[in-house]
Design a protein around this ligand. Structure first.
Ligand SMILES: [Zn+2]
Length: 158
């Protein structure tokens, strides 16, 4: 499964990085640690792309009341084939934080962060915007659902 030598090229290859975030469930006051992705390389972790398209990425469940809870986090989507890195921020930020000015400020930060890496960067607010702008929109969502359905049938009730 290691293809690092095969794909060794001039293309920048930023690795996937995971982290953990502390979650709290207000009704039952439970606190737990949920895994989050800080940066995802969709060549090494193609399922993350599927998770984005299906809207299943960054959800967790309260260990006490079992309520699903969305994890609000900022992460980076990296596609080495397109040499594209997109920072995904919470959707509300754009409306609450100054619109276009906020976008350009965050964009400039990201350009600086990756100034030594040969990639294009962008900033989006919310998964929906990421999908519309960079992943192929509704058509990509439809294909992801099909792919997921096929995989589910293959795997049976594993
Ligand atoms: Zn709970």
């Amino acid at each position: 499964m290691t293809d690092s030598t095969e794909h060794a090229s001039a293309t920048a290859d930023l690795p996937t990085e995971f982290s953990e975030i502390e979650m709290r469930c207000p009704p039952c006051n439970a606190v737990w640690s949920a895994p989050v992705v800080r940066r995802v390389n969709v060549r090494t972790h193609p399922d993350a792309r599927l998770g984005i398209l299906l809207g299943t990425i960054h959800w967790t469940r309260c260990p006490v009341c079992k309520q699903p809870r969305a994890i609000e986090t900022i992460f980076e989507y990296f596609d080495p084939e397109q040499r594209l890195l997109v920072q995904v921020r919470p959707e509300w930020e754009y409306h609450a934080g100054g619109g276009e000015d906020w976008y350009w400020a965050r964009y400039e930060d990201l350009v600086l962060k990756y100034q030594d890496v040969d990639i294009r960067v962008d900033v989006v607010f919310g998964l929906h915007q990421l999908i519309e702008k960079w992943l192929g929109g509704e058509e990509a969502i439809r294909r992801a659902r099909e792919e997921w359905e096929i995989r589910r049938q293959k795997e049976g009730n594993r």
